[in-house]
Design a protein around this ligand. Structure first.
Ligand SMILES: [Zn+2]
Length: 318
């Protein structure tokens, strides 16, 4: 892994976009910039862990215990997360929210189950977790191999509680709102809003300067509308499932990027271009510095499938 990181480091120096999209693996292997993990207290007792190459977390520390958002990509990573939380508090972890059904946000669940937490997710996220578990493991085999992690340590820990449209938790006098605005990147995307702190953890739908995998969304228009809607809310800090802390403009920037991607793909399909011709000729170079750009070919393939069949490549399982 060290060798891979050194190799990547060399590429980063001369611009990591030189990684050809065509070479991107589709198994979770990390080819991102090796920026160190950081923890920031974004509001009193509310901590954000940013890990550029993988996925992010937040946790709220109160007198009555801790509320954690997302659990990382493997129980070993979750143990590291738990150690980071323990640097901020010794209180019990009461609640864990899984924002969406991608393994890089919930495969660490077993560690917090052991800690006695109660798990919450949207009803459709529970459906994604159950129905796509095998797919999620498969999508991450390259990552497990890269990190020398045993996939067998991952166990499916399902939510104890699900909700449909909104759920409000009060913990130690703090208010946490779980909001569902319909599907964004995924069916079941939960937005976690801290109204007093003016902070929102956005999970899948918004990640600052990052290209989100579009193979799960059943509605790009709802996704874009959701971003515009949250950009209009009383929020100062948007904490994405990936990428650094964002502001309103970053959210609007992602809405624009998704619209440009959608429009560019529709125009190519309407011109009668084949998937192969699009992969060869349509590069969305305006966004070449965005995190995950190296996976563009995968995203084009998925979205081509969506536009030509009317269904996401990875739909909510029946
Ligand atoms: Zn993710």
């Amino acid at each position: 892994m060290k060798t891979a990181m050194h190799w990547l480091g060399a590429l980063v120096v001369c611009g990591f976009v030189s990684l050809a999209a065509a070479q991107a693996p589709d198994d979770g292997t990390v080819l991102e910039k090796d920026i160190p993990i950081s923890v920031t207290e974004v509001a009193p007792g509310l901590f954000f862990q940013y890990h550029h190459a993988e996925s992010n977390n937040a946790w709220l520390v109160t007198d009555e215990g801790v509320l954690l958002i997302d659990t990382r990509q493997h129980p070993r990573r979750a143990e590291e997360l738990l150690a980071a939380i323990r640097k901020t508090t010794s209180k019990l972890i009461k609640w864990v929210i899984n924002t969406h059904g991608h393994g890089d946000h919930y495969f660490g669940n077993p560690v917090f189950k052991r800690e006695g937490a109660t798990f919450i997710a949207h009803r459709d996220t529970a459906g994604m977790m159950k129905g796509h578990y095998g797919l999620e493991i498969k999508r991450r085999m390259g990552y497990f191999k890269q990190q020398k992690y045993d996939p067998a340590e991952v166990k499916l820990v399902m939510p104890d509680v699900t909700y449909d449209s909104k759920m409000v938790i009060t913990l130690g006098g703090r208010v946490i709102e779980l909001i569902y605005m319909g599907p964004g990147q995924n069916p079941g995307d939960t937005l976690v809003y801290f109204p007093k702190e003016k902070v929102m953890f956005t999970g899948g739908p918004f990640s600052k300067n990052s290209w989100a995998n579009p193979s799960f969304t059943p509605s790009m228009s709802n996704w874009v509308a959701m971003l515009r809607r949250i950009a209009g809310m009383d929020i100062d800090k948007f904490l994405g499932g990936h990428g650094d802390i964002g502001k309103r403009d970053d959210v609007l920037h992602e809405a624009q990027q998704l619209e440009d991607f959608d429009a560019g793909m529709r125009a190519a399909v309407n011109k009668g271009m084949s998937k192969e011709e699009i992969l060869k000729n349509v590069k969305f170079e305006k966004y070449k510095d965005v995190r995950n750009y190296y996976r563009l070919n995968l995203f084009i393939s998925s979205y081509y499938y969506f536009l030509t069949t009317g269904k996401p490549e990875n739909p909510l399982p029946e």
